[in-house]
Design a protein around this ligand. Sequence first.
Ligand code: ADP
Ligand code: MG
Length: 313
Amino acid sequence: MGGRVLIALGGNAMTAPDGSASPADQHRAIGEAMTHVASLIGAGHEVVLTHGNGPQVGNILLKNQLTAHVVPPVPLDWCVAQTQGTLATLMMNALERATAPQGVRVAAVVTRTLVDAADPAFADPVKPIGQYFPEAEARRFESQGQTWRRFPRGWRRVVASPDPVEILDAPAAIALMEAGYTVVAAGGGGVPLVRGADGTLRGVEAVVDKDLAAAALARAVGATDLVIATDVPNALIGYGTPGARPIEAVTVRELRELRDAGHFASGSMGPKVEAALRFAGDGGRRAVITSLEHIGEALSGNIGTRVSRGVER
Ligand code: ADP
Ligand code: MG
């Protein structure tokens, strides 16, 4: 079989089931996730990994806020870069351990993602990040230029989540893959940057959706398959209703219709479906959305939500 497979790891691969992200929680979750990745490598696939970073960025932001009077807070794009380094280090150790004794060589690429300064997302920030705060605190951060919104559980900062235009460091990832490395790249959607009129790059206070970045990276590195590993075995039709049912094999055209009918919540299943549609609609062989425990079998048949251009053979 074989093929170059991009695996996008969701929050449950990085944190405890309740979302807590102590170092021990992260070690444990990543260790477990890498055993599943190892089984896909064992089945003969060349693997490229990407991952989310929501709780980890949340922790860094909280430290920024609590220590602002002692240490200058760092911008959001720096926070993303920090989580790429930390999470990739844990993944490298865990994947080497999970593939022992024969082992794989793992390398990580600090990855920048180009976004468009004119992306409408900048005018309407909707992506919640970090912890909930009381209104008074939120107002204080707003006076410093941030955007905060009231949610049922309290106030939370929202930032723009612009579309990834280009994964700028994909060529470095490809070079490492060609040299035989299993590569970790574009963590947390990549460090978001815009290009100025003079051609220089500058970081922005935004986060790129990790599933959309995964689709862009998958195409850029010529992946044959995209596997989106999350905490549910399938995308569902009628999610949250008594008649909910899993989507199995589906064509791009069919899935587009389901998306347009509003079956996938924005901010959770929505971007996964969008990523699968972009990848499979743009020349990728197959995109699979399934739970982390299933990724070892995700390419060998009837597991998960399988998206392809035509009907499954
Ligand atoms: P990840 O951390 O892997 O990106 P998310 O929480 O962002 O995970 O997305 C997965 C979640 O999406 C599921 O746990 C489920 O609660 C939610 N969801 C929303 N719409 C659907 C749907 N139509 N089918 C399945 N899950 C859905
Ligand atoms: Mg998500």
